[in-house]
Design a protein around this ligand. Structure first.
Ligand SMILES: Cc1ncc(COP(=O)(O)O)c(C=O)c1O
Length: 451
C-alpha cells in the first residue's frame, strides 16, 4: 500500500479503484474506472472535470437531484442532534415521524413500518413477516410455507430475495442454496406468447395465475411481485389491469400480496406508488432506493394492521429480525426532507411534463431505427430494447455488447447511462429538465449512429 501526503491524481485513484474496490455487478478484469468526485442536481462531475447527466439516477434511486440544499440541510441538522439510535427497543423522533408519514402516503391500510437498510433486506423482511403471520394469526395456516413469484423477477441479492427472483444470469449459480418457490409466467407486453394479443393479454396472464393459485394456494404464504414494471428483468411492463387482477386473485385464494416498489416507488411511474395506478393496496409494501431521495441507505417494509396484530402478545410472537442501522435517523431526516420536496417542487407534475416530452422525442428520433425493437415507458422509466431483427424480435448476440457500446458513446455527449444488456435504460432523477431530457435522447441517437 502507498501512503504519502500528496493528493493522488485521477490515474492513481483509477489504479487503486481497480485493485482495492470490488464493484457490484461488474467484471473487475474489464472494469474501466469512472470516478465521480461531486455532483450538482442532475449532473455528475468526474475527477477529470467531465460533466455527465445522471441518466439512470445513480442506479434508479436519485429523486430530486444530488446536493439538494433542503436534503443536505436536513441531514446536517440531524447530525448535530444524533447520528444513530438503534431501533431495538428504542426510538427517535425523526424515524417516528417518517413511519407516520409513510402510513399517510402509502396505499390505504398500510400502517406499520419495519425499517432496514437496503432493498433486498426489505424483501427478506416481507417474506419472513408473511411466513410468521400465518403461524401466529388467530386461525393459523401452518402449511403455508412457500411463495409465488413471477418469472424473471428481481428482488435483490440476499439468498431469500434471490430465491424469489428468477433472472437466470444473476441467480442460476446459486440454485443449490435457494428455497423452492412456485413460479408463474411474467406478463410481457412486448414478447407475448403465440396466440395472445395486446387486447387479451391481461386475461391470459391472470388465467395462468388463477390456475396456479387454485392448485397451490394452501401452501402459498405470499405472492411477491414488482408492480407494473419488472426492473432488472429488462424493464418488462405489465398490461393494464394485471395488478388489479393479481390483488383480486390473491384475496380470493387467501394469499398475502407483497408489492416490491423498491424500483417503481416514490414517483417514478408518475404516481407516488405504482400500486396507485390501479387503486390497489398490498398486504406488505417494500420500499428502498428513492425513499431517502437517493442520499442514504434505508429501506422500509410497511404492513397492514391485520399482519401487525398477529405479532402482538407473548414474547414468542415477536418478530425476531433486525438490522443494526434500521431506521437510522440521518437517513430518516433525508427521507422526510425528500417527501417535503415532493410537495414544494410539485415533483409529480415535472414527471408528467418530462415523461410526455421524452415519449415525443423517442417516437420522433429513435422509434424508426432498425435496431430499436421496442420503446416502452411508464412515467420516467424508459426501456429501449435493441434487437437484431425488428420483425421477428430476434435478440442481438449478447457477445456484441451493443447496449454497452451505445452507452459508452453517449458519454461523449455528456450523458451517463447503464443498460440492462441490450435494453437501454433512461431513468433520470425526477427533477430532470426538458433540456436535459433532450440531451439524453440526442446522446442515445448519437450512440446508435456510432455502431
Ligand atoms: C425491484 C427491486 N427489488 C429489490 C432490489 C434490491 O434493492 P437493493 O439493491 O437496495 O438491495 C432492487 C434493486 O435494484 C430492485 O430493483
Amino acid at each position: 500500500m502507498t501512503s504519502d501526503n500528496s493528493t493522488p491524481d485521477w490515474e492513481q485513484y483509477a489504479s487503486w479503484d481497480k485493485h482495492y474496490v470490488w464493484h457490484a455487478f461488474t467484471q473487475m478484469r474489464d472494469y474501466k474506472p469512472l470516478i465521480i468526485e461531486s455532483a450538482d442536481r442532475c449532473i455528475l462531475k468526474d475527477v477529470e472535470g467531465n460533466e455527465l447527466i445522471d441518466g439512470v439516477s445513480s442506479l434508479w434511486c436519485n429523486v430530486h437531484g444530488h446536493c439538494h440544499p433542503k436534503i443536505n440541510a436536513a441531514i446536517s441538522a440531524q447530525l448535530n442532534k444524533v447520528a444513530h439510535v438503534t431501533s431495538l427497543g428504542m426510538s427517535n423522533p425523526t424515524s417516528i415521524e417518517l413511519a407516520r408519514r409513510l402510513a399517510m402516503i402509502t396505499p390505504s391500510g398500510l400502517e406499520h413500518t419495519f425499517f432496514s437498510g437496503d432493498g433486498a433486506s426489505s424483501v427478506e423482511v416481507g417474506l419472513k413477516m408473511a411466513f410468521q403471520y400465518w403461524h401466529q394469526r388467530e386461525n393459523p395456516k401452518l402449511q403455508k410455507n412457500t411463495y409465488l413469484a413471477l418469472g424473471s423477477a428481481y428482488h435483490g441479492d440476499t439468498l431469500g430475495s434471490v430465491s424469489v427472483g428468477g433472472v437466470a444470469r444473476f441467480h442460476e449459480m446459486f440454485e443449490p442454496l435457494l428455497f423452492k418457490v412456485i413460479r408463474v409466467e411474467n406478463p410481457n407486453t412486448y414478447r407475448l406468447p403465440a396466440g395472445v394479443t395486446k387486447e387479451n393479454a391481461t386475461q391470459y396472464y391472470l388465467e395462468q395465475l388463477e390456475t396456479t393459485l387454485a392448485a397451490h394456494h394452501e401452501q402459498v404464504a405470499a405472492m411477491v411481485l414488482e408492480p407494473l414494471v419488472q426492473g432488472a428483468a429488462g424493464l418488462i411492463m405489465q398490461p393494464a389491469g394485471y395488478l388489479r387482477g393479481v390483488r383480486e386473485l390473491t384475496r380470493k385464494y387467501d394469499v398475502l400480496l407483497i408489492a416490491d416498489e423498491i424500483a417503481v416507488g416514490f414517483g417514478r411511474t408518475g404516481t407516488m406508488f405504482a400500486c396507485d395506478h390501479e387503486g390497489i393496496s398490498p398486504d406488505i409494501l417494500c420500499l428502498a432506493k428513492g425513499i431517502t431521495g437517493g442520499y442514504l441507505a434505508m429501506s422500509a417494509t410497511v404492513a397492514t394492521t391485520e399482519i401487525w396484530n398477529a405479532f402482538l402478545g407473548e414474547s414468542m410472537k415477536t418478530f425476531y429480525h433486525g438490522h443494526t442501522y434500521g431506521g437510522n435517523p440521518l437517513a430518516a431526516a433525508a427521507a422526510l426532507a425528500s417527501l417535503d420536496v415532493f410537495e414544494e417542487e410539485n415533483t409529480l407534475n415535472n414527471v408528467a411534463i418530462q415523461s410526455q416530452l421524452l415519449s415525443e422525442l423517442l417516437a420522433d428520433k429513435l422509434a424508426d431505427h432498425p435496431l430499436v425493437g421496442d420503446i416502452r415507458q411508464r412515467g420516467l422509466i424508459v426501456a429501449i430494447e435493441l434487437v437484431a431483427n425488428k420483425e421477428n424480435k430476434m435478440p442481438l448476440d449478447p457477445a456484441l455488447a451493443t447496449g454497452t457500446k451505445v452507452c459508452l458513446a453517449a458519454r461523449k455527449k455528456g450523458v451517463w447511462l447503464r443498460p440492462l444488456r441490450d435494453t437501454l435504460v433512461i431513468m433520470p432523477p425526477l427533477s430532470i429538465s426538458g433540456e436535459q431530457v433532450t440531451q439524453i435522447v440526442n446522446a442515445i441517437e448519437y450512440g446508435l449512429e456510432q455502431l
